[in-house]
Design a binder for this molecule. Sequence first.
Ligand code: NDP
Length: 281
Amino acid sequence: MKILVFGRTGQVATELQRQADVIALGRDKADLSDPTACAAAIRSHAPDAVINAAAYTAVDKAERNEDAATVINGDAPAAMAQTCAELGIPFVHISTDYVFDGTGETPFATDHPTGPLGAYGRSKLVGEDAVRAAGGAFVIFRTSWVVSAHGNNFVKTMLRLGAERDRLTIVADQIGGPTPAADIASLCLAAAEQLADDASKSGTYHISGAPDVSWADFARLIFEQSGFSPEVVDIPTTDFPTPAVRPANSRMDNSVTKAVFGLDRPDWRVGLQNILNELGL
Ligand code: NDP
């Protein structure tokens, strides 16, 4: 199956290229700021399926650049999904827990009403809605707290800070599921294959690593597994203000993913060990 991927250097895009012989388009080949160019890239490569692993992921910066974020996270996936629908090929798209309002303490179901708290979440919701409306075979995977051995993520930040400091204050009242990019990539590839045979699998799904954890407890596990030993002190979100409001509850219900794709929530502790091994720790 010839799979075209938008994104080349990102966390999920990198894992997709490791796991399959895909054509990955970097920003130089397809800039998501130009949705028409994305549609043209799909037509010229004539793939059997498209996976969009590119996005405007700078959550805080998006607060000041919502228009740019909305083109990249909303209009570009809209153009991709529309083109895939016209060509009759599956489109796999990645979204986020930030489309929810982060209230409560129970996992969000896939059909729970959305209510983004900020610009990034709003821009991703524009993309979701457009993909659902395009009329083709599609899967949207909402994920959370993506981690890998490359790019920018919480594991990499903790390893850097853990080597520099004896004591770290980490937010303890935001709870979610860290998700290895490798697990997202393998699910995207499986979904592309399965959608080509069975368009009735089209829909919106969740993939988040288990167990749910606070950032502070996640940090403790990272240090425990990597051999660093800074003291981790719990703090409330109010002590760590950021331009974009973070959801307090990022728990997501993965049961529909299990029912349709047969995938249990990946254990992020296993994924974390793989990442540390890859980093030589
Ligand atoms: P990264 O931030 O690691 O990578 C983003 C990718 O998008 C990069 O390859 C980047 O290219 C590309 N990109 C950004 N802007 C453009 C543009 N204008 N044109 C073309 N490419 C562009 O992303 P992740 O792999 O972490 O995220 C994958 C998906 O998961 C995204 O949809 C994201 O919204 C979603 N997600 C991520 C979470 C996280 O914690 N990271 C949490 C929840 C959902 P370049 O290298 O050239 O900058």
